[in-house]
Design a protein around this ligand. Structure first.
Ligand SMILES: NC(=O)c1ccc[n+]([C@@H]2O[C@H](COP(=O)([O-])OP(=O)(O)OC[C@H]3O[C@@H](n4cnc5c(N)ncnc54)[C@H](OP(=O)(O)O)[C@@H]3O)[C@@H](O)[C@H]2O)c1
Length: 280
């Protein structure tokens, strides 16, 4: 299988290059693999001739998306539409990465793949949802994989931020405890993507986050516990850390489609975190 990767220099892209070494992976990124340039994309697909595209390229700076609205839609919506149309024209299967931010975060249980997404309350979520819709419209042979609370080699991520803050200079660290989600490693995502890649007949939307849930404060405490760091965490509320883009209170994703398709479950988040911290 020959796979062309968009956003190959990003946090998830780098892990995919490492983990998917049983396939032929061609990573692309700026400047040669600009998803906002349809002609360049088409020429690249014709030259590389992949069977599958994994689409990771995106504008992921959630707060910056609130002020750089055109750029957010250019990358996350227009760019994804270009990738989808080029895949359709060249008979390529598309596996695209999306996010829990497509939901508004108000549900009192984890969101499954059949819950209605609207793009939520942020420009990032709305632009990623517009990208999902373009993929559904332009390329029927697709799998959309929603992930969340992601960390991986090199970062940037919550894990990297917490480890940097726990440098011994702070007696206590205030961390938000009223947002809950599924901390997820890029490695866990990559391993599940392998199953989706080899099951060529699978299509539709899949949630790929680690099992189990945590607040950011729980997540921080587990990072420090596993690293043996004596850093006190003081739970606080979302209002204590006002951000330009409102964060969803509930980011939990139910992996119903993995169960329906008979694919293995994602690992527990604590297990994936332990494995990641051991690599640092
Ligand atoms: N990180 C998370 O917490 C998280 C959570 C949920 C979902 N996701 C989704 O997971 C995917 C991967 O995220 P990530 O964390 O790996 O993101 P990332 O580290 O920001 O990587 C995205 C890559 O895309 C590149 N890119 C930007 N504009 C491009 C363009 N016009 N053409 C081609 N490439 C371009 C970026 O280059 P520059 O760095 O030069 O801009 C970067 O290398 C994204 O679809 C994201 O929405 C991420």
């Amino acid at each position: 299988m020959k796979i062309l990767l968009t956003g190959g220099k990003g946090m998830l892209g780098r892990t995919l290059v490492r983990e998917l070494d049983c396939f032929e992976v061609v990573p692309t990124d700026l400047p040669e693999g600009d998803i906002t340039d349809p002609a360049q994309l088409d020429a690249l697909f014709k030259e590389v001739k992949p069977d599958t595209v994994i689409h990771c390229a995106a504008m992921t700076a959630v707060d910056k998306c609130e002020t750089e609205v055109d750029l957010a839609y250019k990358l996350n919506a227009f760019g994804s539409a270009n990738v989808a149309a080029a895949c359709f024209r060249n008979h390529i299967r598309l596996i695209a990465i999306s996010t829990d931010y497509v939901f508004d975060g108000n549900l009192d249980r984890p969101y499954n793949e059949f819950d209605t997404a609207t793009g939520g309350r942020t420009v990032y979520g709305k632009s990623k949802f517009a990208g999902e819709e373009a993929i559904r419209r332009h390329c029927p042979d697709h799998v959309i994989c929603r992930i969340s609370w992601l960390y991986g080699e090199g970062g940037p991520s919550f894990v990297h931020t917490m480890l940097a803050l726990a440098d011994g200079s702070r007696k206590e660290l205030k961390v938000v405890s009223d947002q809950i989600g599924n901390p997820t490693s890029t490695t866990a995502v990559a391993r599940q993507l392998k199953n989706i890649l080899v099951n060529r007949e699978l299509a539709g939307t899949f949630h790929l986050t680690c099992e189990g849930e945590a607040s950011w404060a729980d997540f921080a405490k587990e990072i420090f516990r596993l690293k043996g760091l004596d850093q006190k965490v003081v739970p606080c509320r979302t209002e204590d850390f006002p951000r330009p883009a409102p964060r969803p209170a509930n980011s939990r994703l139910d992996k119903m489609m993995l169960r329906l398709a008979g694919l293995p479950p994602m690992p527990p988040w604590q297990e994936a975190l332990k494995e990641f911290l051991e690599t640092l």
